[in-house]
Design a protein around this ligand. Structure first.
Ligand SMILES: Cc1ncc(COP(=O)(O)O)c(C=O)c1O
Length: 395
């Protein structure tokens, strides 16, 4: 008799919203998906020939395993990440197949079974399965909204126990879009250093700030010389809009003895998997050098879709858009005359439009919708107008 591991015994019942969306798409050719997160399905201008050429480098015919990544790929990445006041060394970088894989490796690096990692709430539901697989416990700390989303540092400290090993920050957060400012980053560094915690800073959306650049934003946390181990995560999936290439990375910063120890252990983890494929590593220099076309098109699109959404809201509307600073989505607050589930299912049934309910991202109150700003404007603008009118009709 085969027994399966307890940690993979996830509930298998189907989700009501995804069933309703599958049915809607089958019967409504005009269905619109305002949860779109796949940039390759968003009609973006990719440098297609350059991408395909980059992936067919003849050097990829040889297998020369290198645990943190091929030297040429690490050097290309270090050049791409380097800024005027921040020279990045390839020695501080580790390539992975994705940011998700990087999280898994960091949980292996930092936790024993039952140890805890603090994660923001609300946030993208990516980490639960990764934590289950490592037998790590996720404990949430709240973000508060008072015209702007921010970390509640008192609640964060209250959530720490003797089993806490690290704090995840998502900078900017998905879906709330808030960046850490420099004061937040230093305060977090001081708390984590005092308690012996690492900072894991998920920066996949770092280049997607909305509005004029705010010089208070902290930039990449691994560059700040915070007094604790600080790992910044990034990847091609968002910064080059190429999730299918499967290249992510970690940049390790903080006190040098700690960073060195972390890097040498991560090198062994990486060597155990050797998961980053060779064609993508030889192509990385070109993929990074040509990424601005798709990234800038996304920036322009999220600005214009967000502006269209806000201008479609009338002042006395029962629905409002929360302040956002970046990322690929906007959060809408709905009247609490119905549950989120009822609002979301009703929108699917009446208007054939899919949005995410707030509970998908673990908002601690109802009722919110999260809409993706990635769809083409010719789809997004009429759909968001219909969604707003739908709420007004039923409020
Ligand atoms: C905040 C955040 N981090 C990481 C990821 C996953 O990125 P990757 O494709 O590199 O695993 C996502 C996916 O949407 C995300 O929203």
């Amino acid at each position: 008799m085969i027994t399966f591991s307890r940690r993979t015994g996830w509930p298998a019942e189907p989700n009501r919203l995804s069933e309703a969306w599958a049915h809607c798409r089958a019967v409504r050719p005009d269905a619109v998906d305002l949860t779109l997160s796949n940039p390759t399905a968003a009609g973006l201008p990719y440098p297609e020939e350059a991408i395909l050429r980059a992936l067919s480098d003849p050097r990829a015919l040889l297998y020369e395993p290198a645990s943190r990544g091929l030297p040429s790929a690490l050097e290309a990445l270090a050049r791409d990440l380097t800024r005027a006041a921040d020279a990045v060394s390839p020695d501080h970088l580790v390539l992975t197949a994705s940011t998700s894989e990087a999280y898994g490796w960091l949980f292996k690096l930092l936790t024993e079974r039952g140890d805890e990692i603090l994660v923001p709430r609300p946030s993208y539901p990516l980490l639960e399965f990764l934590a289950d697989l490592e037998e790590t416990r996720l404990v949430s700390y709240p973000l508060r909204y008072d015209g702007r989303w921010q970390i509640d540092f008192d609640a964060l400290e209250a959530a720490c126990t003797e089993r806490t090993r690290a704090v995840v920050v998502i900078h900017p957060n998905n879906p709330t879009g808030n960046f850490l400012d420099l004061d937040d980053a230093r305060r977090l560094g001081e708390i984590c250093a005092r308690r012996g915690l690492a900072i894991l800073s998920d920066e996949v959306f770092l280049e997607y700030g909305l509005g004029s650049a705010n010089e208070l934003r902290a930039g990449t946390l691994a560059a700040l010389d915070l007094p604790t181990l600080t790992v910044s995560l990034g990847g091609l999936s968002k910064c080059a809009a190429l999730p299918q290439i499967k290249v992510g990375w970690m940049r390790v910063g903080g006190p040098s003895a700690l960073a060195r120890e972390a890097l040498s252990r991560l090198e062994v983890i990486a060597d155990t998997y050797l998961s980053v494929n060779t064609p993508a590593q030889w192509g990385l220099e070109t993929l990074l050098a040509t990424r601005s076309a798709a990234r800038d098109a996304i920036r322009a699109r999220i600005e214009s879709n967000d502006a269209a959404l806000r201008s479609a809201l009338v002042p006395q509307s029962p629905i409002s858009a929360l302040h956002t600073e970046g990322g690929w989505s906007t959060v809408l607050r709905l009247p609490r005359v119905r549950s989120e589930e009822a609002w979301t299912l009703g929108l699917l049934e009446e208007e054939a439009i899919q949005v995410h309910p707030g509970y998908f991202f673990d908002f601690d109150q109802e009722a919110f919708w999260v809409v993706s700003l990635l769809p083409r404007p010719e789809q997004f603008v009429p759909a968001i107008e219909r969604a707003l009118r739908y709420v007004e009709r039923h409020a």
